[in-house]
Design a protein around this ligand. Structure first.
Ligand code: M6R
Length: 603
C-alpha cells in the first residue's frame, strides 16, 4: 500500500527519494509525489499519477537541489487517482507539506470546520486536513503544531511533515501505520518500509504509536530513547537476480524458504522442535485448551491448514477466522484460549486490530510473522519468525510456504507438550528436513507446468478443488490465479462439488484438482469421476508413481511423496507456477497486479 520516504542530510535528497519510492513499488500504488526544500527558496513540489519507474528519466532531468525532502507513493482510498490527490498535501500558503499513510476517519468534520475557519482545500483526500490543522496551530515550532494537530485527529497515520517556516527539520509521527527511522552517517532517513532504507543504513529505529520524531541535519530526537535493531535482509535479496519477475524468483526460492524456516529448530534425536520465540510462554501454552488462528488472504489459508495439522497431531481444538470478521463478531473466548496471528508483513491492519482486541481481552497472543520488528512481531506476547526474507511480489508465495513450515513446527511443539510421542515427533521432524530437497524436485516440473498453462490460458473460469489438507490449498490456488491473471477462479472442498458447484461443470471450466496420495485419495477420485462424467477438463496434482490418475486426464503434475500434513507445502508450488505462467502469457503486471497492495495497512 502507500509508501513514505524522507531524507535529511548532506546529499541531494531528490534521487534518494526516487529510489526509496521505487524500492517500495512492490507494495502497489497509483500516484506519487515529492517535496524538496532548499534554504528559503520556493519548495520543489511535484505530484503525478502513474508509475515512478516510467518517469524516472524525466524526474532526474529536473535537477532538483536540496538536502531535505519527503516523498510518497499513494494507493487511493479517499478521492480518485489524480495529481491533486497525490501527496504531499499542503496548507493554504504552500508552506507546510505532509505525506501520510493511513486514514483520517474524522476528516469530514475536521474539513468542514477548517473551511468555516477560512481554509481552502484543493483535493478530495482525508490527508489534506493535516497540513491545514498544522497551519492552524503553527506558532513557529513545527513539532508543537504537529502534536496539537494530531490531538484533533481520529484514525491511523504515519506522517512526515516539513516546512520552510521552521526549516531544516522533518517531523515524523505514527499511529497504527509503520514508520522506521534509518540512522546513517551524517544523514537520517525515514520510511514506512525497511526496503527503502537498506541501501543506506542498517541501523534503524521503529517509531512506536503516539511517538514523534524530529530529524535535523545532524541529530534526531524522539520522545523515548530506543536501542537500534539490525536488519538482517540483504538488499540483494530484494533484487530479481535475473528472473523475469519477483514472483518467479520467490517461487523458485521455495526450498530455501522451507530450510530457513526450519534451520536450527528441528531436534531429530528427540522428535521435537525448538522455537525460541515461544520460550517465555511455553508453560502458559501447556495449559491452553483451545486456539484461534486469525489472518487474512493467503495467510488465512495457511492458518486453515494449521488447524488441520494441530487438531490431528496436537489434539487441540482450533478455530480459524479471517481477521476482518473475527473482530466484529462475538467469539466465545476465555483465558484458556490462545490467539495466533499469521501475517507475512506483520502490518495488516485487520489482523493487527484483531490482535489488539484479543490483548485487551487478556488472551495470550502469538504471532507467526515474516517481517522482523513489524507491529505484529512487537506487540504479540510471543511468536515465531518465518524467516522467509523479503517478499516483493504482491502475490504471496514463498511466505505461504514459510507459514506452513512454521505451523508444522508449531504442531510438533504443541503436540510434544501433550500426547505426541518421540516416534511420531521424529517422523515429522525428519520429513521436514527432507522437504527442501522435495521442493527442489517439484520445481523441476516448471517446463511441464508452463506447457499446461499455454494450453489453458484462454479459459475464462477455473474451479479448484481438494480435500482435507488440500481444501485450503484449492482456495489458495484459486486466489493466486485470480489475483495475478484476473481470470475468475473459485475453490471448494472436493466433497462439496455435488452440493452445488457441479452444476457449473462442463468442457468450458477446467478443474484443477489436488489429488496426492493420502488417506482420502479414493474419496477424491470419486469427486474427479463426477467431473469427468460432465465432460469437465481436469488438471491434476498427484503423487509421483500414481499411474491410475492418468486415466482421468493427460494433464497431471507430479509431486514427490511426503507425509500427509506436509504435502500442501509441495502441492502449492505447481499451483503457483501455473498461475504465474498464465498471467505472463496474458501479459499481466505479475508483480504488481491491478487494485492490490502488498501490505494492506487500512481496514
Ligand atoms: O501480510 P499479510 O500476510 O498479513 O497479508 C495478508 C493478505 O493481505 C495477503 O496474503 C494477500 O491475500 C496476498 N495478496 C495474497 O497473495
Amino acid at each position: 500500500m502507500c509508501g513514505i520516504i524522507g531524507y535529511i542530510g548532506k546529499k541531494d535528497a531528490f534521487p534518494i527519494l526516487i529510489s526509496g519510492l521505487k524500492r517500495m513499488e512492490y507494495r502497489g500504488y497509483d500516484s506519487y509525489g515529492f517535496c524538496v526544500l532548499k534554504d528559503k527558496e520556493t519548495p520543489f513540489l511535484y505530484k503525478k499519477t502513474g508509475k515512478i519507474s516510467e518517469a524516472e528519466e524525466t524526474l532526474l532531468d529536473f535537477k532538483v537541489e536540496g538536502s531535505l525532502g519527503i516523498g510518497h507513493s499513494r494507493w487511493a482510498t479517499h478521492g480518485g487517482v489524480t495529481d491533486a490527490n497525490a501527496h504531499p498535501h499542503f496548507d493554504c500558503h504552500k508552506n507546510i507539506f505532509v505525506v501520510h499513510n493511513g486514514i483520517i476517519e474524522n476528516y469530514k468534520e475536521l474539513k468542514e470546520k477548517l473551511i468555516e475557519e477560512g481554509h481552502t482545500f484543493v483535493s478530495q483526500t482525508d490527508t489534506e486536513v493535516l497540513p491545514h490543522l498544522i497551519e492552524k496551530y503553527f506558532e513557529g515550532n513545527l513539532e508543537e503544531a504537529v502534536r496539537k494537530a494530531l490531538k484533533d485527529v481520529r484514525g491511523t497515520y504515519g506522517i512526515l511533515v516539513t516546512s520552510n517556516a521552521d526549516p531544516d527539520k522533518i517531523v515524523a509521527a505514527r499511529f497504527s501505520s509503520p514508520l522506521i527511522l534509518g540512522l546513517g552517517k551524517d544523514e537520517f532517513l525515514v520510511a514506512s518500509d525497511p526496503a527503502a532504507l537498506i541501501t543506506h543504513t542498517r541501523q534503524i529505529i521503529h517509531l512506536e504509536d503516539n511517538e514523534l520524531a524530529i530529524l535535523k541535519p545532524n541529530k534526531f530526537f524522539i520522545l523515548k530513547e530506543k536501542a537500534p535493531t539490525f536488519i538482517t535482509w540483504d538488499s540483494e535479496e530484494a533484487e530479481k537476480k535475473g528472473y523475469a519477475h519477483f514472483m518467479l524468483k520467490e517461487i523458485m526460492e521455495s526450498p530455501e524458504t522451507i530450510q530457513n524456516a526450519t534451520r536450527g529448530r528441528l531436534i531429530i534425536e528427540d522428535g521435537s522442535v525448538k522455537l525460541g520465540g515461544l520460550d517465555s510462554v511455553s508453560e502458559q501454552l501447556k495449559q491452553i485448551k483451545r486456539l484461534v488462528l486469525v489472518a487474512c488472504g493467503t495467510a488465512n489459508y495457511a492458518a486453515r491448514i494449521g488447524k488441520y495439522m494441530i487438531e490431528e497431531y496436537a489434539g487441540i481444538p482450533v478455530e480459524v477466522d479471517v481477521a476482518s470478521e473475527f473482530r466484529y463478531r462475538s467469539p466465545i473466548l476465555d483465558k484458556t484460549t490462545a490467539a495466533v496471528f499469521v501475517s507475512q508483513s506483520g502490518e495488516t491492519a485487520d489482523t493487527l486490530a484483531a490482535m489488539r482486541e484479543m490483548k485487551k481481552k487478556g488472551l495470550l497472543t502469538i504471532g507467526i510473522t515474516n517481517v522482523v520488528g513489524s507491529s505484529q512481531a512487537r506487540e504479540t506476547d510471543a511468536g515465531v519468525y518465518t524467516r522467509s526474507g523479503p517478499e516483493i511480489a504482491v502475490a504471496s508465495t514463498k511466505a505461504f510456504l514459510g507459514q506452513l513450515s512454521t505451523l508444522a513446527m508449531l504442531t510438533v511443539y504443541l503436540g510434544r507438550q501433550r500426547g505426541m510421542d518421540v516416534t511420531e515427533g521424529k517422523k515429522i521432524v525428519s520429513e521436514l528436513l527432507r522437504l527442501p530437497g522435495l521442493a527442489e524436485k517439484t520445481l523441476e516440473r516448471a517446463p511441464e507446468i508452463e506447457k499446461i498453462a499455454e494450453k489453458y490460458q484462454n479459459f475464462k473460469n477455473f474451479w479448484f478443488m481438494g480435500r482435507k489438507y488440500h481444501f485450503p490449498i484449492a482456495l489458495e490456488g484459486a486466489l493466486k490465479l485470480k489475483e495475478i491473471s484476473y481470470i475468475h477462479a473459485e475453490g471448494s472442498a472436493g466433497g462439496e462439488l455435488k452440493h452445488g458447484p457441479l452444476a457449473l461443470i462442463d468442457e468450458n471450466i477446467p478443474v484443477v484438482a489436488l489429488c496426492p496420495d493420502s488417506p482420502i485419495y479414493d474419496k477424491m477420485i470419486s469427486n474427479l469421476e463426477e467431473v469427468v462424467a460432465r465432460k469437465g477438463k481436469l488438471i491434476i496434482i498427484a503423487t509421483e508413481g500414481d499411474k491410475q490418475i492418468k486415466e482421468l486426464t493427460e494433464d497431471v503434475i507430479y509431486i514427490p511423496k511426503t507425509l500427509d500434513l506436509l504435502t500442501p507445502i509441495l502441492s502449492t508450488i505447481p499451483l503457483y507456477l501455473f498461475a504465474y505462467y498464465i498471467a505472463v502469457l496474458l501479459g499481466r503486471d505479475v508483480d504488481k497486479p491491478r487494485n492490490l497492495a502488498k501490505s494492506v495497512t487500512v481496514e
